[in-house]
Design a binder for this molecule. Structure first.
Ligand code: KIV
Length: 275
């Protein structure tokens, strides 16, 4: 597999998708995705929270381990959850190390620009590859005043450019740009030598990432503008489960072909023993 940096050098786009468990990771890996992100979005997609704030290190390690077992060729990136890298350098290193050692991730991702440059430097100095994440950073949703496009006015756009430079200089090998105007994301992509991976950041980014439940139609609630739905897996699952329930209720499942046999002779002896 080409390294992620080589993709940018060769002008080849990078595909990334979230994954949170073994069987899904295996399917996505077989389909040829370059990077699997064990996003802390699992708090919402898998655990049913309203945002990513409650996600713990224990949750992240548990899911990362499962994804790592399913990934044969894709690079596995694990999100550092809220408050796992904000308190001290030693805590940051300990938590990044746990995602690698216990979760078996290949890299970690953390949210923030210049304000987390020190943490990115410390983690990369410990030989742990880091993906940065700027723009809309869901762990700061309350500070940002909601899930909104970032960098729309000049001042905010300049801050994003500074954040992008800061995370590259700190040693990140790639950066996720979330909900950033497409032309600004294009400018950041031109400016950086590391790849940009966009989500709601237009086509000029070096790669794209989506939350898989969004692109497979497994969430019936809000669908962000930037999501392209590739399949109605939620609909397929609902129909299949409804058909199963009906079969069970009517006694039509299991059929003979789903059942195991025993010899007539043995049954006769057992029946005889009951009389
Ligand atoms: O947690 C996540 O799924 C993410 C993506 C939205 C990039 O960080």
């Amino acid at each position: 597999m080409l390294t992620i940096r080589e993709h940018k050098q060769n002008g080849e786009k990078i595909s990334m998708l979230t994954a949170y468990d073994f069987s899904t990771a295996r399917i996505f890996d077989e389909a040829g995705v370059d990077m699997l992100l064990v996003g802390d979005s699992l708090g919402m997609t898998m655990l049913g929270y309203e945002d990513t704030i409650p996600v713990t290190m224990k949750d992240m390690i548990h899911h990362t381990r499962a994804v790592s077992r399913g990934a044969k060729q894709a690079m596995v990136v694990a999100d550092m959850p809220f408050m796992s890298y904000q308190t001290s350098e030693s805590e940051t290193l300990r938590n990044a190390g746990r995602l690698m050692k216990e979760g078996r991730a290949h890299a970690v991702k953390l949210e923030g620009g210049a304000v987390v440059a020190k943490q990115i430097r410390a983690i990369t100095d410990a030989s742990i590859p880091v993906v940065a994440h700027i723009g809309l950073t869901p762990q700061s949703v309350h500070a940002l005043g909601g899930f909104k496009v970032q960098g729309k006015d000049e001042e905010a756009a300049r801050r994003l450019l500074e954040d992008a430079r800061a995370v590259e200089q700190a040693g990140a090998f790639a950066v996720v740009l979330e909900c950033v105007p497409a032309r600004l994301a294009g400018l950041i992509t031109e400016m950086l030598s590391i790849p940009t991976i966009g989500i709601g950041a237009g086509a000029a980014c070096d790669g794209q990432v989506l939350v898989y439940q969004d692109m497979l139609g497994m969430f019936s609630g809000f669908k962000p503008k930037f999501v392209k739905q590739y399949a109605d897996v939620g609909g397929v699952m609902r129909d299949a489960v409804a058909a199963y329930c009906e079969d069970v209720r009517k006694g039509e499942f299991p059929g003979e072909e789903h059942s195991f046999t025993i010899s007539e002779e043995t049954m006769a002896k057992l029946r005889g023993g009951l009389q």
